[in-house]
Design a protein around this ligand. Structure first.
Ligand code: ADP
Ligand code: MG
Length: 390
């Protein structure tokens, strides 16, 4: 609840239609985080509105975003979209029901604090804060970054709160880490151990089972002295992989590695393919997916679990012959009675491609932020919020 003449500052998340619906008569300033600086078109926001033909300093064009647009929504006529040119002049002209959309914050060096002084960054954050009375951060996907519009800004605004999406993300995550329904399993995949090492270590202390698939499995296999042919491997991670497996032996968590894999003589869809036990990978061949025996093993290991966290594909699922392990996991989670929480950009794509996105309990909208949480770290974009207690 906020007074009608107050201005909301919203950092855009994925479901900002909610905010527009809740705005009532107030006005709002939206800060957008998405949109690649280098690209010619910069869609911002994936809620009901999407803007294309984004040229810096121009007006934006609003286009229909299929699947979200509902012309019956009453608040739509109240909203006039403006694009930042001279923000202060446009701010002064804001009327109740208006929304002013600011361009991608990362156009400014002060946002990331690179290539400017810390004083300049602080001044930028203060200026942004002066745009409104109440700050709402709903951009979970960027919450792991301590940028000006996510962190420093909150030191200059009395009420800084989490948006609906941010709350939903944290609520689901807490169902894995604080008071989860046990047993809890974490399935980890993806290309590299180094990307996920922090997460794996943290998970071993918190969950009951850790299942490893994807390219990172080969670093673990090599660390055990097995031949892995041309499979992807991080040689500088072999000691770390050994330590993880030793820690797993001492921890309550059970650690599962694939027992077979799909190997190919080339990394191409038309390659020759074999399914073999992991200890028999031929020289010159690459392991590109978990095999059917591993799928069985993983499905059995998940039989008794009541909460499942999944991050990272089981294989090179972008190529059809190596997608079966990943799709199998998607179907297994979809059919499971457990609470299923999925995170990671590529895993999200895989679950959608498998046609199972609506059958997961929750799919996180954050890649880096999700990984950050799995590592047991605090999110700067969450820690900066004061819930109005300042
Ligand atoms: P996410 O984005 O879900 O966190 P990652 O970015 O960590 O996942 O890893 C996804 C990538 O890992 C995918 O592009 C996939 O093709 C690749 N990958 C998985 N298994 C293998 C493998 N055996 N060999 C090569 N690449 C793999
Ligand atoms: Mg990825």
């Amino acid at each position: 609840d906020m007074p009608d003449n107050d201005t909301l500052i919203i950092v855009l998340g994925d479901v900002d239609a909610l905010f527009i619906a809740h705005m009532a008569e107030g006005d709002a300033v939206m800060l957008s985080m998405t949109g690649n600086k280098g690209a010619k078109s910069h869609p911002i926001g994936t809620g009901p509105f999407r803007f294309t033909k984004w040229v810096r300093g121009d007006r934006v064009e609003m286009v229909r975003f299929d699947g979200y647009w509902n012309p019956e929504l009453p608040y739509l006529d109240k909203v006039t979209f403006k694009f930042i040119g001279d923000a202060s002049a446009q701010l002064a002209a804001l009327k109740a029901g208006d929304i002013l959309v600011l361009e991608n914050m990362r156009y400014y060096a002060q946002e990331e604090g690179k290539g400017c002084t810390s004083e300049e960054q602080a001044a930028f954050a203060k200026e942004l804060a002066s745009f409104g009375d109440v700050y709402v951060n709903d951009a979970f996907g960027t919450a792991h970054r301590a940028h000006a519009s996510l962190d420093a800004i909150t030191r200059h605004i009395p009420v800084a709160v989490a948006g609906f999406l941010m709350r939903k993300e944290i609520d689901y995550f807490n169902r894995v880490f604080s008071q989860p329904v046990r047993p809890v399993a974490a399935i980890m995949g993806g290309a590299k151990v180094s990307d996920k090492i922090g997460a794996i270590n943290n998970l071993l202390r918190r969950v009951d089972k850790v299942l490893i698939g994807g390219g990172m499995m080969f670093t673990f296999l090599k660390a055990q002295g097995l031949e892995i042919g041309n499979s992807i491997v991080e040689n500088e991670m072999l000691d770390t992989a050994r330590e993880i497996m030793e820690n797993a032996r001492d921890s309550q968590a059970k650690f599962y590695l694939p027992v077979d894999c799909v190997v190919a003589d080339r990394v191409e869809p038309t390659a020759n393919i074999r399914i073999i036990p992991v200890q028999e990978i031929p020289a010159g061949w690459s392991g590109l997916d978990i095999g059917p025996a591993s799928m069985r093993l993983f499905a059995e290991a998940l039989q008794d679990v009541r909460t499942i966290l999944w991050n990272g594909p089981m294989g090179l699922f972008e190529m059809e012959p190596f997608a079966r392990g990943t799709f199998f996991m998607a179907h297994t989670l979809a059919d499971s009675y457990a609470l299923t929480i999925v995170g990671g950009g590529d895993t999200d794509v895989a679950v959608h491609t498998a046609g199972e996105s609506s059958n997961m309990s929750y799919i996180s909208t954050g890649g880096g932020a999700f990984l950050h949480l799995m590592e047991g770290k605090e999110l700067p974009g969450m820690a900066s919020l004061n819930d109005g207690k300042k």
